[in-house]
Design a protein around this ligand. Sequence first.
Ligand SMILES: [Mg+2]
Length: 382
Amino acid sequence: MTRIASVKTYPISVPRPAPVWTAHEEITAWSVILTEVKTDDGLVGYGEIHGASAARICEWVARFGEIVQGMDALAHEAVWDRLFALTSPRPGAIEDGQMRPVPRGERNAVMAAIGGIDIALWDLKGKAAKMPVYKLLGGENRPVFTYSTGGYYPRDATIHSAAEEMAAFVAKGYRAVKLKSGGFTVEEEIERVAAVRTAIGRDTLLMLDMNAAYGLNDCIRFARGVEAYDITWLEEPLHWFLQPADYVQLAAATRIPLSHGEREIHRYTVRDFIECGAIKYLQFDSTRAAGFTESIRVAQLAEQHGVFVVPHHSPEIHAHLVLALPEVGYCVESHGSDVRDPLPHHVFRDRVTFRDGHIHLADKPGFGLEIDWDAVERYRLS
Ligand SMILES: [Mg+2]
């Protein structure tokens, strides 16, 4: 049996030349936590986590690493269940000398930590089997459709300043682009979307990522205002506290499909978003929470409901999932240049290649991540 020997993290952060905003928050750096799981017979698997705070998440990975040490490294379901069980009370937990149930306030960090360990185990599994993860899942290698995200708001953003940036992605070969949205008033945003549509032409797909900018009525007004610009999806359209019932109301009021999922941290809330019928695209992010195992579970439910799987972020991980879903695996997210997102371009060497609006996975075992350790050392947080 291949047993887990150790679990380690490498928190990495690259400062941005200047801060930018989504509708919701300021972004001052590109950050990732690499996870590393080693086995007693010399295999090494790598995963990645996107979340905050890095210190809290790394602490949880370390604690969980002790708990799973000695477990079968190929038993990803058993490891997942062992760790997830720690998020709820159990009989005798106060006295049994084991780890106490995790505090409520730590849930996001804990689910991120579980995710990072789980992804590394999938990488390890692929290396043990000498197969890419998509092949383990029965997927066939093919080019994976991708879009480039842009239109983040710099401090001096104007209504028209994103149009040129989005057009530049099209010039690089992207056939789809996603515009950060929701930073201005509804009327200003409608004008901004119109400017982007003019700049990218009629044949480029255009998604809008609203980062939960609006309440229901404002969002309906916005959606109706941009319908004429042929929008592929509205992503995270509603405030963070709004629920599937609110998405049902929004979906009934616009013909633009809705996309959701990157902020959900487990499959049970995702289930309710899928089953309510309001969303057409699912963006669950295994690197933010709960890992690749959970992303397979939600993808299979999505498939049963005809919901397209379009995972948020990390194409080097999520393209493997998309390849395993012939019916509903639709696309992955990219950030169109190394200026926009230096982490994947520098920390992961030979990660994925972009050509003709698609990414192409190599036939390497696991997720095929080649890590540039010099870059890791350069950008590593102490
Ligand atoms: Mg988003």
